[in-house]
Write a protein that binds this ligand. Structure first.
Ligand code: MD3
Ligand code: FE
Length: 204
């Protein structure tokens, strides 16, 4: 087996070290205004392992009572999310090949032992747009499967500065993060990994 499935484009080291440092400073400013919070699984209220925030007109949130959804206000502060940084809008324009701008940028923070189970991203109305992901900080083992559960999967080690696009027939593939490789990057002073995912949510 060779290469990645149709609709997946991988750009290793898309952002150089300097650009990564600038982006991290920008994300730190965003998180000062829109603090990381602990997302909860719908119904059970079980905390997820990842810490989350967002920027953009819409943010992806989840809690016990309301479930998975997009909303324009931070669930704890009640304030609008900060705007998506220019660098990320430029990335989208360069790579997304979609007529429309991203509306949401989910910011996930993984500590040394955090994982994210296999899931589909299907809370958006618009599946014609790709999801664009940027990795910062420690390496992770990313796993991608098929469009139904239980089939074969493929793993990719994502590193700081990497960009991966999931679009077309791969937009609804199951995917997750099996593990973080602690202390593999010096980008984040306190270690861990940040993932940024740009998404188009609405069809208008
Ligand atoms: C493959 N985040 O927040 S981003 C998520 O690294 C999420 O934090 C992971 O999955 C992370 O929902 C993976 C890469 C990604 C995003 C969306 C996808 C891969 C995808 C949609 C379809 C297939
Ligand atoms: Fe996902």
């Amino acid at each position: 087996m060779t290469g990645l499935p149709d609709g997946i484009s991988y750009f290793p080291d898309y952002f150089d070290r300097k650009a990564q440092e600038t982006l991290v400073e920008t994300i730190r400013d965003i998180v000062r205004a829109a603090p990381f919070y602990v997302p909860e699984m719908p119904r059970t209220g079980k905390p997820m392992q990842v810490r989350m925030s967002n920027c953009g007109n819409l943010g992806w949130v989840t809690d016990k009572k309301g479930g998975y959804r997009y909303q324009s206000l931070h669930p704890k502060t009640g304030k609008p999310w900060p705007p998506i940084p220019e660098t990320l809008l430029t990335l989208w324009e360069a790579k997304a090949a979609f007529d429309g701008m991203p509306e949401a940028c989910l910011i996930n923070y993984y500590g040394d032992s955090a994982k994210m189970g296999l899931h589909q991203d299907r809370d958006e109305e618009e599946f014609a747009a790709p999801v664009v992901s940027v990795s910062l900080g420690d390496d992770c083992l990313f796993r991608i499967g098929g469009t139904s559960r239980g089939g074969p999967t493929q793993s990719i080690r994502l590193r700081s500065g990497d960009v991966i696009l999931l679009g077309g027939p791969s937009r609804l593939r199951y995917h997750g993060v099996d593990r973080i490789y602690p202390a593999t990057s010096t980008l984040l002073k306190d270690g861990g990994r940040i993932n940024l995912t740009l998404r188009r949510v609405t069809t208008s």
